[in-house]
Design a protein around this ligand. Structure first.
Ligand code: CA
Ligand code: CA
Length: 215
């Protein structure tokens, strides 16, 4: 009897394990090192830190359209997001500095709506906050929270300029079953006192990957 119960328990666990085995398939990858940007509208290309990136963008962004996806239940979207130069996070300064918002929208639904801050803490210990890894508004995290690399060179590198570049490794798994997918990345950057806003703050993307997942 004991053995029968043990066997039943083992069969139950094996069955539940089998159910959770994921069946994944990469349907898109681009490191932008000379690969086609077919499917991407408003594709820009630039060399940053030894790699070609998609960007840089300021007050704009790109769309990625994928068609004829194999049947799936989930989609995993991942990429490197570079936040270049002097992003101001949640700061507004009466509409001069920000907020500096970044968004990812899939099929019209907002999956990321956040701000990034590349500012240093001031002498009083105040660190101009960003929303990431939470959503904007009403989220206040230290500058560069959740980053993978905070020691990358800025793009414009003006003397005494705050910023540098911060790398975020973003992975988002979303429920998605349609055969077509539209991913849109956008910013709403504000810097009314900068002669060249794209030099003051911008963003780019590398190693963009999309996987479809069946459970
Ligand atoms: Ca690259
Ligand atoms: Ca700004």
């Amino acid at each position: 009897m004991k053995n029968t119960i043990l066997l039943a328990v083992m069969v139950f666990f094996l069955a539940s394990c089998a159910k959770e085995v994921k069946n994944e398939q990469e349907v898109y990858f681009n490191d932008f090192e000379g690969q086609s940007t077919k499917g991407i509208s408003n594709a820009l290309a630039e060399k940053y830190n030894g790699s070609t990136v998609l960007g840089r963008y300021n007050s704009s962004g790109f769309d990625l359209t994928l068609n004829d996806l194999p049947a799936h239940k989930l989609v995993e979207i991942s990429f490197d997001l570079y936040i270049h130069d002097s992003w101001d996070g949640n700061k507004t300064s009466k509409g001069i500095d920000g907020p500096d918002i970044w968004k990812m929208i899939v099929d019209g639904n907002l999956y990321i709506n956040t701000t990034f801050s590349n500012e240093d803490c001031d002498n009083s210990g105040f660190c101009p906050p960003q929303s990431y890894p939470s959503d904007y508004p009403n989220a206040y995290h230290n500058p560069k929270s959740g980053a993978s690399n905070v020691n990358l060179p800025g793009v414009c590198n003006l003397a005494g300029k705050i910023g540098g570049t911060t790398l975020y490794k973003i992975t988002k798994v979303i429920e998605h079953q349609q055969a077509n997918l539209l991913m849109q990345c956008r910013d709403q950057l504000t810097q009314t006192n900068a002669p060249d806003p794209k030099c003051d703050e911008s963003w780019s993307i590398d190693n963009l990957k999309v996987k479809v997942i069946n459970l």
